[in-house]
Design a protein around this ligand. Sequence first.
Ligand SMILES: [Zn+2]
Length: 303
Amino acid sequence: MSTHVVTFDQFKRKYHDEASCVPILISTKWPNGYRCPRCDCVDAYVITTRRLPLYECRNCKYQASLLVGTIMQGSRTLLHKWFQALFLIANPSGSINAVQLSTIIQVTYKTAWLILHKLRHAIQQGDAQQLLTGLVEVISAEYNPCNFHIKGFKTIRNEQPFVGGASLNFYGEVSYVKLKHVFMPKHHPNKELSYWDYSNFIETHVSSSVRVPFIHYGSKKYNACDTLNIICDSVPVRINERYYGVSDKHLQSYLDEVSYRINYSLKPNRAVSKLFRLFIDTPAVTYKQLISRKPMCLHLQVA
Ligand SMILES: [Zn+2]
């Protein structure tokens, strides 16, 4: 098996127009052939007069689009542009913001922003299915947006704590990491995490088979695995160098994107194919749902 890492140029040559994306989408979505989502019948007419093939069940006449149930459902953007965006956001060697993406795939800023947020949503769904197992360590860390919304020449600082948790392998190295925002109101006097914040994280993100996760409270975090500390300390830079500070409302989706890239840093091809799977399996979210989203709060998740 080849371990060759596919470059963006090679990927772009392979998926250069809509028609070049259809076969892989069909074969990944229905690996054992088409099946009617309503009656399970395997016989269908393929209607090819549309932009993308439409399947009409011979039994119940239900019409299924190729994009039904995918994160892309309802989008008018061409498939290969989605594919290229997917490659760029999953690629462990870098990240991409909406301005850059809009230039590369030739769409408006708003469309690029929406595509990236929908892909982050798919990443989030994938992460939710993966609990930390084995030897688990948990620490607290902080995101400082250091943003440039200057009012009266004063930079607004609104540090937001997050929990960093990791599964460690036999050598004590991080094998999977999760970064989860704990929302704090702007003027909250104490941004230290409480016992409840850690236990809520564990309840939601650590497998119940893990009897004793190691929680390194507050400044004791430097007793934890070095890599976990280095990862958490690097988060503000990783986010700000590309996105120039993100609001607490969307922080969780950027944390998930960063951790996705870290978790697949040694497997770049896998990073892209895994996100392609999530792209197919994650139902779409609307712009309205994305912007009305409340900051993720561990307290709220449990309540
Ligand atoms: Zn049917």
